[in-house]
Design a protein around this ligand. Structure first.
Ligand code: 0O2
Length: 216
């Protein structure tokens, strides 16, 4: 008989940590394969790779507990599945901001995925200066006797945004979210440089393509 999918929070083995982590890992594998296929297809059709690299990770137990604490929830498997959206996370890095939207559209068109939310931190950057495009999706994980819809957070950003976010993240962790004001201020300024650089590189890429077409 055909199985209907259930969200992970309603799965019968939700109290088993190893099973839950196994499901998140399986969901990540599926999304990673989808992204690889989309990138290969893009290369095959347009002779161009929109994706520079892809990194998948499962959030550490310490980081999960920290987040639950921040949200004022007890540390339980049920709460983590319900309230921590980025336990399974995948980060896609690309060259140009226009690639971000191309990749996001290609992912959104996969009809076995359900999009739970979109956060466009390029349209609306965070106070820190953070820019990226986040998609929270569920992917059905097919087991022998059930299908479990499992959440994955997909972050899409340019190489320059990634460079910035990695340093800002380092500061955040080093000072536990309470970094010196002058560093935060300089990082916000750098975020503006990154945004200007991304816009300039996008424009230059368009010029290079136009020039190439004229001289073909
Ligand atoms: P780590 O160590 O990367 O896992 P939500 O529960 O989803 O409603 P949250 O977690 O604030 O609330 O969602 P959001 O905004 O989608 O952020 C999730 C992740 O995006 C973060 O995970 C970071 O990876 C990244 N991120 C968001 N804001 C910033 C920022 O200002 N600077 C940097 N460098 N990264 C950011 P974690 O759990 O914070 O960290």
């Amino acid at each position: 008989m055909k199985q209907y999918s259930v969200p992970l929070r309603d799965f019968k083995e939700i109290d088993d940590w190893d099973t839950v982590i196994f499901l998140y890992k399986s969901a990540l594998k599926q999304i990673k394969t989808k992204i690889d296929i989309l990138n290969d297809e893009f290369q095959h059709r347009h002779k161009y790779n929109p994706i520079e690299h892809v990194k998948a990770r499962i959030k550490t137990p310490e980081s999960i507990v920290k987040k639950l604490k921040r949200y004022h929830y007890d540390s339980s498997i049920e709460n983590m599945v319900r309230y921590v959206n980025d336990i399974a996370g995948i980060r896609i890095t690309c060259s140009f901001t226009s690639d971000i939207y191309k990749i996001a559209d290609m992912i959104a068109n996969q009809n076995d995925l359900t999009i739970l939310s979109i956060r466009d931190y390029m349209q609306t950057p965070k106070k820190s200066g953070y820019r990226s495009y986040h998609m929270l999706v569920t992917v059905p994980v097919f087991l022998s006797d059930s299908v479990v819809d499992t959440k994955v957070e997909i972050q899409i950003r340019t190489v320059a945004q990634d460079f910035w976010a990695t340093l800002e993240h380092k500061m955040h962790y080093k000072f536990e979210g309470d970094g010196p004001d002058y560093i935060s201020k300089e990082l916000r300024e750098c975020a503006e440089f990154v945004s200007d650089l991304d816009a300039k590189m996008e424009q230059l890429n368009i010029e290079i393509q136009k020039y190439g077409e004229k001289n073909e």
